[in-house]
Design a protein around this ligand. Structure first.
Ligand SMILES: *Cc1c(COP(=O)(O)O)cnc(C)c1O
Length: 493
């Protein structure tokens, strides 16, 4: 299957190509030429396990990858998740379900894609005849960095460099990254926020000079962020899997429509749900949940995306984002796949920090999406309420989504089953979760985790308890103007 750029000027001949490159040469994002339809395949997927479902969904786009090999790679990736189910559905209320995506090696939903991406990329590079070493650049708001580092550590012919906002991630997230093992990894703190990291990385991707300099070292760049289609496609699979699980448990009949609520930052996770819908999965609404950085809520309500606003540091840091990269893929679809118009809008965003869609596009998008946000106080309240009412320990990102799901339910009166995506383990944000349910302020993240375990009887994951004794290998913090140098130095090492 061919992949086209959202900015209209470039076509990748297949998925292998699009995944190896990461970002298109015209600065746009790769999207599939068409969406395969799996509606008639749903019935046959009911009896499959998670890895088989994933291989079915992923294989429908990655047509040049060997099917048996892809299935084996999925089995291997998802065997790394607790209890062999990468995406269990848990019922927490009447018609309300949580899709738990955080049982992987680094305790966030990013693991679902990043345990598989190394295979997709290595194979993609081989299929595309790429002979150079690959340097993967990652900008992270906290969870992508660690998941990508774990996925790519000690992979032959690949190096990985992660930039994170030095003061913009949780203590546990920072510790997870700074203690990373592996001899092909680099982790760098940046004085700035996630948008600064993402902008710096995107700039490096599209610079001809840097590409030439790296070529001299026999290095090409790629991305493990959700701008890479290889990150998105494994995420489509869990929407299918959750739906099929609800059919299997008798909660719905095959063909019934359901809704999903997704805690959103860079718009990658929820976009995967939109793609699932385009592929024939019976989804009615996708609820886009934001924290105080509610640029997306405003976009869906007003039709104008305006990033000129105050940036807030919140207890759901993986959603502290004002420039939501994957929205470009949605806007491209809304425009009727008009690359020129999408390029112009993204140019406006770069120049003035904003762009608008038309009234007709806005009406179309409102039919499929609902958007809401909550502030810090409400987020804390939700964590506390859900814990008291159903004994469920939600991380702050999941809590933001639970709140938006509730608002949607009240406003719409919808009788559909609602699946809320749970994106991280509460233990990654132990101090804030503890404070929310007990009112106690505990500075030390491990002490907070201990207290949380005692209160909740939800065991501390090994990945957290082991962190404490690990050596801190990466402590460098640089200015955002120094990212190019950091990349070139690491490439030459
Ligand atoms: C990355 C992340 C999100 C946001 O996902 P996007 O794909 O960026 O919208 C939400 N919650 C957690 C815990 C995350 O790590």
């Amino acid at each position: 299957m061919q992949f086209i750029s959202t900015r209209g000027k470039y076509t990748a001949e297949n998925a292998a190509n699009a995944i190896t490159k990461g970002l298109s040469e015209d600065g746009g994002l790769f999207v599939p030429q068409t969406f395969p339809n799996l509606k008639d395949a749903l019935c046959g997927m009911l009896s499959m396990d998670y890895a088989e479902r994933a291989a079915t969904v992923i294989g429908s786009f990655l047509t040049e990858y060997d099917k048996a090999e892809l299935l084996a790679a999925c089995k291997k990736a998802y065997a790394r998740f607790e209890e062999g189910d990468a995406a269990p559905v848990v019922k927490i209320g009447d018609g309300l379900f949580v899709l738990e995506l955080f049982h992987g090696p680094t305790l966030a939903f990013k693991d679902i894609a990043l345990t598989l991406l190394p295979y997709l990329m290595r194979k993609g590079a081989d299929l595309s005849g790429v002979k150079e070493n690959i340097l993967i650049l990652v900008a992270t708001s906290g969870d992508t960095g660690k998941a990508a580092l774990e996925g790519f550590k000690n992979q032959k012919g690949i190096k990985i460099c992660v930039f994170y906002p030095s003061e913009g991630v949780s203590d546990m997230q920072k510790m997870q990254m700074c203690t990373q093992e592996g001899d092909n990894v680099n982790v760098v703190g940046v004085n700035g926020n996630f948008d600064d990291c993402q902008t710096a990385v995107k700039k490096i991707f599209t610079s001809k000079e840097i590409a030439a300099e790296l070529a001299a070292e026999n290095v090409v760049l790629s991305s493990a962020n959700s701008i890479n289609f290889g990150r998105l496609v494994p995420q489509i699979a869990y929407y299918f899997s959750a739906y099929l699980d609800l059919v299997n448990s008798g909660e719905i009949k095959l063909g019934d429509k359901i809704d999903f609520t997704v805690p959103t930052g860079n718009f990658g996770n929820i976009l995967a749900g939109y793609y699932a819908k385009k592929m024939g999965l019976p989804i009615e609404k996708l609820v886009c949940a934001s924290n105080s950085n509610n640029v997306l809520t405003e976009f869906f309500e007003s039709g104008t995306y305006d990033a000129n606003r105050e940036f807030f540091k919140t207890m759901s840091p993986s959603m502290d984002i004002l420039i939501s990269s994957n929205l470009e893929r949605l806007v491209f679809e809304l425009s009727g796949r008009d690359g020129e118009l999408t390029a112009k809008r993204m140019e406006d965003l770069k120049k003035s920090g904003k762009y608008s869609i038309t009234k007709a596009e806005q009406a179309a998008v409102s039919a499929e999406f609902f958007a809401d946000y909550c502030d810090e106080e409400e987020c804390s309240e939700v964590i506390c309420d859900v814990f008291e009412n159903s004994g469920y320990l939600a991380d702050p990102h999941t809590a933001v989504a639970l709140k938006a799901a509730e608002t949607y339910s009240v406003r719409s009166g919808s009788k559909n089953k609602m699946v809320v995506l749970s994106t991280a383990s509460p233990y990654k944000f132990s101090q804030n979760v503890l404070k929310s349910i007990s009112g106690k302020t505990v500075k030390d993240p491990f002490k907070a985790a201990q207290a949380l375990e005692t209160l909740s009887a939800c065991p501390i994951p090994l990945q957290i308890s082991q962190l404490k004794s690990k050596e801190r290998r990466f402590t460098e913090v640089i200015d955002k103007t120094e990212t190019v140098k950091a990349v070139c130095d690491f490439a030459a090492k």
